[in-house]
Ligand binder design. Structure first.
Ligand code: AMP
Length: 174
């Protein structure tokens, strides 16, 4: 299956959730068994040789492909969640989104110096969410961090906010 086919299955919703945002709806991508399998295989191929020990997914759309990818890579899964959701001791980062302000948290004992992490979310827009997630994971002192998105909005140049040595992959580009 071509990337173009995957790209065409993402539904664009103009002015959602606020005027001016072209919202990329991934439910139309996920509802096809063939598309879901293709995404899963692309992700596996990209990271199968990286010795990933934990996939870290960002709430909430990072929870769709995150655990599925972890299972294929024989890795664990760690959630990054919005404040008030994680029950144990957390560390937190605040950030600015394409629309609005937000904060994210991770359990302080969820990763350690032996972990090779694949940080995953559905979409890279301004990069604010993933930079905050990258900073959180870095604070836990892991061995290496890879970053992956299903979709990248290239015009917003979110990549420029990450250190140049970090490997960032996206599957579908708009
Ligand atoms: P950002 O922090 O600006 O890179 O925004 C990324 C996060 O916000 C991701 O978790 C996305 O789910 C969501 N998001 C931002 N912009 C869009 C968009 N245009 N369409 C769909 N989701 C978006």
């Amino acid at each position: 299956m071509s990337i173009e086919t995957l790209t065409k299955s993402v539904r664009n919703i103009p002015d959602f959730p606020i005027p001016g945002i072209q919202f990329k709806d991934i439910t139309t991508l996920f509802q096809s068994a063939e598309h879901l399998k293709e995404l899963s295989e692309i992700l596996f191929d990209q990271y199968k040789d990286k010795e990933i020990t934990k996939v870290v997914g960002i709430e909430s759309r990072g929870f769709f492909m995150g655990p599925a990818t972890a299972i294929k890579l024989n890795a664990g899964f760690v959630p990054i969640r919005k404040p008030g959701k994680l029950p144990y001791k957390v560390i937190e980062e605040t950030y600015t989104k394409e629309y609005g302000e937000d904060a994210i948290q991770i359990h302080e004992d969820s990763l350690d110096k032996n972990d090779v992490v694949l940080l995953h979310d559905d979409l890279l827009a301004t990069g604010g969410t993933m930079v905050a997630a990258y900073n959180l994971v870095k604070k836990l002192g892991v061995k290496k961090i890879y970053i992956n998105f299903l979709i990248e909005l290239e015009d917003l140049e979110g990549r420029q906010h990450f250190p140049s040595e970090v490997e960032i992959n996206s599957i579908i580009k708009f």
